[in-house]
Ligand binder design. Sequence first.
Ligand code: GTP
Ligand code: MG
Length: 202
Amino acid sequence: MEIKKSEFVISSPTVQKCPADTKPEYAFIGRSNVGKSSLINMLCNHKNLAKTSATPGKTLLINHFIINNEWYLVDLPGYGYAKRSKTVQQQLSRMITSYILQRKQLINVFVLIDIRHEAQQNDREFIDWLGESSIPFAIVFTKADKLGAVKARQNVEAYMNALKDRWEELPPYFITSAEKRTGRDELLNYIDDINRSLDESR
Ligand code: GTP
Ligand code: MG
């Protein structure tokens, strides 16, 4: 799939304020600083579509971007940024969970995991919660350029293997780098396949 057009639509503080539209949505979520906004920019061939920052906690609202006038990419705030006050963390957490549970147009969640790090408890809780809530999702490993190919592959295998303790069927996963544009075609093809199947079932 080619992205011919990508435009910022709106930043919303609650799911109720999200665009009144029925086009399919794909949301990006993960810990603060994992690279959600950078990945969206990479997919869209656009340097500054989604705001990125070297300091965590940049994205605080639900951000909708419309792609080819047909579907949306949604940039969500990161979870688990310890320097935020508990109140703000809880507010963000409520905003994210209500968006995920209530947004009917949400077709798939991409959970971003930094490929360099050991498995983190809050990512795992989030992944298990998505499963228990029957929300379709895929895992996206980010910042692959920061590791050699062998180490990257080892980390991914270890991560996916660890999921087997609770998961019989593993979710799809992608290895990406916003820096090197790795995984772009795979992610866009995945979205394109789903969009096509939605069109057919209409
Ligand atoms: P919040 O909005 O704060 O939750 O962060 P985010 O997940 O949107 O992360 P963001 O895209 O702002 O990126 C955070 C930092 O990681 C920035 O300094 C990016 O330049 C860097 N970064 C993101 N993706 C990559 C990547 O693929 N490779 C490398 N080397 N750095 C990356
Ligand atoms: Mg962001």
